[in-house]
Design a protein around this ligand. Structure first.
Ligand code: TXA
Ligand code: MG
Length: 320
């Protein structure tokens, strides 16, 4: 049975105690809720994989409180990592670097580790209180919609012993993952932090083809084709204004620039601003699922770069 607690002093103390005992705690970050455990204790990490039903090869991001703690996990800490950390940490950027040789690997990450310093007061206080680097994937069943509230976590993972409730996540979409193990940084997962901001610091960034297109390749080990998916069948459509023979129990997800006039059983209209859209996307998919619709017709988002992360998630949510 899950306990949902406010992240006050007592809540944080209890969470740290659970983590130090080798179990798991769900906590808020600025992107999505994470399911945390002591990153380098095998049994604790195994509990994450078990609860999420996550494939064992898919590695986890290690969360730390500051740059010094991140460096301590790295064998090589490239200059680009320093520059990116100075500019974007704490924040929604995950960097993959060569792992310190004394540390065990997580998942199939043979000689690398993914690190990030989250920009959320509760996450940072928890990291300091427990004194451990925390492996933390999004706190949802593998392949389903990521959680942006404590309630989403409770419903997706009812066996997590403790959830710290820090309210809704500000970004609402996962961190951007960049591989820094080669001289030219490579984007592994588009996310909250935009490519333009990244390029301002690193110059050229390698883009796996799937980051820009339909998500059929698998650049980052975790980027399986179907992911972030609602229970309902989700379909991308070029134009919601032109929907003929909509099933009576269908839902529609669109944005302000592409209004929909028809009689969908449940309608979600998100912002036409990509950041605001991303912030509410998972919550909207959860609401559509809660309404019990059989199908969700989703207006295709614009093709520009600011929409890259949203397009990536929608292509996976609608993959069959
Ligand atoms: O915003 C986020 O990043 C959230 C919050 C909780 O911090 N976490 C998150 O974790 O999204 P998860 O496990 O759902 O996604 C981690 C991604 C996966 O695509 C995984 O394959 C990739 O990061 N990853 C982790 N370690 C890696 C490594 N060593 N090399 C390459 N990719 C790695
Ligand atoms: Mg995830």
């Amino acid at each position: 049975m899950t306990v949902v607690r406010r992240p006050d002093e007592e809540g944080l103390r209890r969470a740290a105690e659970i983590l130090r005992a080798g179990s798991v705690v769900a906590f808020p970050t600025e992107t999505v809720y994470g399911l945390g455990a002591d990153a380098f204790t095998e049994s604790a990490v195994a509990e994450i994989y078990r609860l999420k039903q996550r494939p064992s090869w898919n590695p986890l991001i290690v969360h730390v409180a500051d740059v010094a703690a991140a460096r301590a996990l790295a064998d090589v800490w490239p200059a680009a990592a320093d520059e990116l950390a100075a500019r974007f940490w704490p924040g929604p950027l995950t960097m993959v670097v060569r792992r310190a040789r004394h540390l065990p690997g997580i998942g199939a990450a043979n000689d690398t580790v993914a690190v990030r310093v989250p920009a959320h007061d509760v996450a940072l206080r928890l990291l300091r209180e427990c004194g451990l680097p925390l492996a933390a994937p999004s706190a949802n069943r593998s392949e389903s919609i990521s959680p942006t509230t404590a309630e989403h976590v409770r419903r997706s993972l009812p066996d997590v012993p403790l959830i710290l409730d820090g309210g809704p996540c500000a970004w609402g979409i996962e961190s951007t993952v960049v591989d820094l193990t080669d001289p030219v940084p490579v984007l592994l997962r588009p996310g909250a932090l935009g490519l333009r901001e990244l390029r301002d610091v690193t110059g050229t960034i390698g883009l796996p083809s799937s980051a820009t297109a339909d998500g059929t390749a698998r650049p980052s080990p975790g980027m399986s084709r179907r992911h972030y998916a609602p229970r309902a069948r989700a379909v991308l459509v070029p134009d919601v204004s032109d929907l003929s023979d909509l099933p009576p129990d269908a839902g529609v997800l669109t944005h302000e620039k592409a209004p929909y006039q028809g009689g969908a059983a449940k309608l979600e209209i998100l912002s036409a601003d990509p950041r605001e859209y991303a912030a509410d996307l998972y919550a909207a998919l959860h609401r559509l699922d809660d309404a019990g619709v059989s199908t969700i017709l989703i207006q295709s988002p614009p093709g520009s770069e600011e929409w890259l992360a949203v397009r990536d998630r929608l292509s996976r949510a609608t993959a069959v």
